[in-house]
Design a protein around this ligand. Structure first.
Ligand code: ZN
Length: 409
């Protein structure tokens, strides 16, 4: 079989023209992901008003797996993950707690960073905050204004979707689906002042106790979608290789980002769009409003953080799936098998496992398959199979490919 080198790794060429394939939402198919040496990746971050739950962890671990595989192939990945520190979720929560919203954001960001570090995710190169990006946000709205894409009524500035022929192309959703999601996800489709129910807010007046900035459209604060368009451009200044987030961001958030950036900056926002499925618990999608959240920090009190990673790897990123309480024990058992297998050392030749893990990741990030390949080697070592003294080291390397680090034993 022919081989070709990239970075320090030589991979077989067979099924694919390049190695990493991902499902691109905008193309509705699995496609080769072929960035240059440096990969520009923007993943929508959190609104820091509550602790990291498994839905967040599952999304961010998806991109972490991709980053690790790209690094393994010799790429350098520049990840930017924003912080939405002024929006309709954080402001009421700060009001309820009687503290400043920036104080709440700082405390929750610190907890989020702790959780992400504990889960061994790669730190982003930058974490731009909406409150520190007001200038580029206003500048982008002005660009849209100059081209006739906005209108202002009663101090609220909307994006006029009728001026954007490609609006709806990312999601591919029908108009009534878009309207339903807009209503559910922070839009204002029933506000009769809008020209079109799908128009979305770029700038709005602030309530008395909310932060407010001066702008050419009146005093106020930005809408949610415009923030990511402005912050990704402010950081990269060119088309992203990949834009990510949960599937609940496809519409309206990413659809809005895409048209704003294309019309405002005259550039394609991202070459690829990749979205991670939703996590349910007790029969419904994990959500703050339902209160059915499972927190990373709670699980970590009784289980190894590696167990959380391994438990989440039991599901493909594109699936919506449900968390069950026993999943964490299964993850813990898998982690202990890997740890014990590494310590035992002698076992089967580990090369097929390493190849298998890489092939699984290249195949649209098939985490369950990668997890099974690792587990199979651990079980074989523990069963006393094979005489290769490098088996344990190979097992350690395979686990590290998916971010599961084994403490020195
Ligand atoms: Zn975003």
């Amino acid at each position: 079989m022919a081989t070709r080198p990239i970075g320090g790794y030589t991979a077989p060429v067979g099924r694919y023209s390049s190695w990493v394939h991902i499902f691109d939402t905008s193309q509705s198919m699995v496609v080769p992901f072929e960035p240059g040496k440096t990969v520009r990746m923007y993943v929508c971050g959190i609104t820091p008003y509550d602790s990291t739950h498994l839905g967040h962890a599952s999304t961010y671990l998806t991109y972490d797996l991709l980053i690790r595989r790209l690094e393994d192939l010799g790429h350098e990945v520049e990840l930017v993950r924003n912080v939405t520190d002024v929006d309709d979720s954080i402001l009421p929560k700060a009001r309820e707690l009687g503290i400043d919203f920036l104080e709440l954001a700082a405390a929750e960001m610190a907890r989020f960073h702790n959780d992400m570090d504990m889960l061994n995710t790669r730190a982003p190169a930058a974490e731009p905050r909406a409150t520190e990006s007001i200038e580029p946000i206003i500048e982008l709205i002005e660009r849209l204004d100059q081209q006739g894409h906005i209108y202002t009524i009663d101090g609220i500035t909307w994006f006029d979707v009728a001026t954007a022929p490609t609006f709806g192309r990312l999601s591919g959703y029908a108009e009534d689906t878009m309207a339903a999601f807009a209503a559910e996800r922070g839009g204002t489709p029933t506000d009769l002042r809008q020209r079109n129910p799908l128009d979305f807010i770029l700038w709005q007046p602030s309530a008395d106790d909310e932060p407010s900035w001066d702008s050419p459209f009146g005093p106020g604060r930005p809408g949610w979608h415009i923030e990511c368009s402005a912050m990704s451009w402010a950081h990269f200044g060119q088309t992203l290789d990949l834009h990510g987030g949960g599937t609940d961001l496809i519409f309206p958030h990413h659809e809005a980002e895409k048209v704003q950036s294309e019309l405002g900056y005259g550039h394609t926002l991202a070459h690829h769009w990749m979205h991670a499925g939703m996590v349910a618990y007790q029969g419904s999608k994990m959500s703050k409003s339902l209160g059915n959240l499972v927190f990373v920090s709670e699980l970590a009190k009784t289980h190894a953080p590696q167990a959380i990673r391994l438990a989440l790897m039991g599901h493909h990123y594109r699936d919506d799936w449900e968390w069950f309480d026993g999943d964490i024990d299964d993850g813990q058992e898998r982690f202990e098998r890997i740890r014990d297998g590494v310590a035992r050392g002698t076992g089967p030749d580990p090369q097929p496992t390493l190849t298998g893990v890489r092939a699984a990741l290249d195949d649209d990030l098939d985490a369950p398959r990668a997890r099974e390949a690792i587990d199979k080697l651990a079980l074989a070592i523990l069963a006393g199979e094979g005489t290769d003294p490098s088996s344990g080291d190979g097992l350690r390397e395979a686990a590290e490919l998916v971010g599961v680090n084994i403490d020195p034993v």
